[in-house]
Design a protein around this ligand. Structure first.
Ligand code: ADP
Length: 308
């Protein structure tokens, strides 16, 4: 994997060409997430039949003592959420129409404790306090009230909320950013090996969004999980991603995989560096190319990109 240069000069980034060295360092471990030739057709056999993703294949290695953050970027409707929910094992995306989805070497047969999901919409239970929301998963696992509350308070602090002030509040008493912190704490307290995030910061203002990105990076370092992160923001993808999958439409497919350095400084610092802007501009150009190709020919997007 390309390493960041502490001087702030542009890191080398390239496409999937260095996956050979990846597989050498991780060959003994099953991949964290693997798609093999996965197609999802909604409403199959009905007049509303729709091919959401077609022949999608990718491998996200399970890197020892690190985990990786992979971002999925692409125009609306290209199948980003479909990919994420197939990993989660959630219906109606699961099961795929054809192909295989494996997590940590096992085929996905439904939701499981090895995966946790954070959505864009605030998904807390309105009638539960922050603490009861955060500790909910532990409650389901039969953990005693004393233990789960102690752990819940720890996680409330870890996501940047104030355990004394915020733990007894209800979701409607929180800002959007605070509610997403609760959602993240509720997921991470269960220590999933794979964390699935579907535009989790999409509804937040730009400053809160940068704070949340930094918080995610510091928690990710602690839990060392593999993160799959869907976003519309190229900047967010470049800051967070060890790799970025660019998706195209008609039908949804992966058209490019770009490797990036893990963030070593906070979002505001990194986003002022020249290499960051170069990478963002290159990805914007790539996505515009995908969109233009899709407009010209419903079936031409992927051919266009592969040729380019
Ligand atoms: P993205 O996350 O990139 O916006 P989605 O994965 O949500 O894309 O959707 C991909 C395509 O599949 C879209 O055209 C969407 O309308 C369609 N789609 C998504 N979910 C369903 C569903 N449950 N039934 C029918 N079509 C769906």
């Amino acid at each position: 994997m390309n390493q960041p240069d502490p001087s702030g000069s542009p890191p080398a980034s390239d496409s999937a060409s260095d996956s050979a060295s990846d597989s050498a360092s991780t060959s003994a471990r099953p991949a964290a997430v693997e798609f093999r030739d996965v197609t999802k057709i909604y409403g199959r056999g009905t007049p509303r039949e729709y091919v959401a993703i077609s022949h999608v294949s990718f491998t996200i290695p399970d890197v020892a003592d690190h985990g990786e953050i992979s971002s999925f970027l692409g125009p609306s409707g290209c199948g980003k959420s479909t990919v994420l929910r197939l990993v989660a094992g959630l219906e109606p995306q699961h099961p795929p129409t054809s192909g295989t989805v494996t997590v940590l070497g096992r085929p996905v047969i439904g939701p499981g404790a090895d995966r946790g999901m954070v959505f864009q919409d605030y998904t807390s239970f309105d009638n539960r306090t922050v603490l009861d929301n955060v500790a909910f998963g532990l409650e389901c696992r039969g953990v005693s009230r004393r233990e789960r509350e102690a752990e819940g308070l720890e996680w409330i602090a870890k996501v940047g909320l104030d355990p004394r002030r915020d733990a007894r509040k209800y979701p409607h008493e929180l800002s959007g950013g605070m509610r997403q912190r609760v959602a993240i704490a509720r997921t991470l307290i269960l220590r999933p090996r794979v964390i699935l995030m579907d535009e989790p910061f999409g509804a937040l203002d730009p400053a809160t969004r940068l704070d949340m990105q930094d918080m995610l990076i510091s928690l990710w370092r602690e839990v060392q999980a593999t993160v799959l992160f869907v976003t519309h923001s190229v900047e967010e993808a470049v800051y967070l991603g060890d790799r970025v999958f660019v998706m195209g439409t008609t039908p949804g497919r992966i058209v490019d995989e770009v490797r990036l350095p893990s963030p070593t400084r906070n979002a505001r610092e990194i986003q002022s560096e020249p290499w960051f802007h170069e990478q963002v501009n290159a990805l914007h150009a790539r996505i515009e190319q995908v969109e233009a190709a899709a407009k010209r020919s419903p079936n031409g997007a992927s051919r266009q990109i592969q040729a380019g």
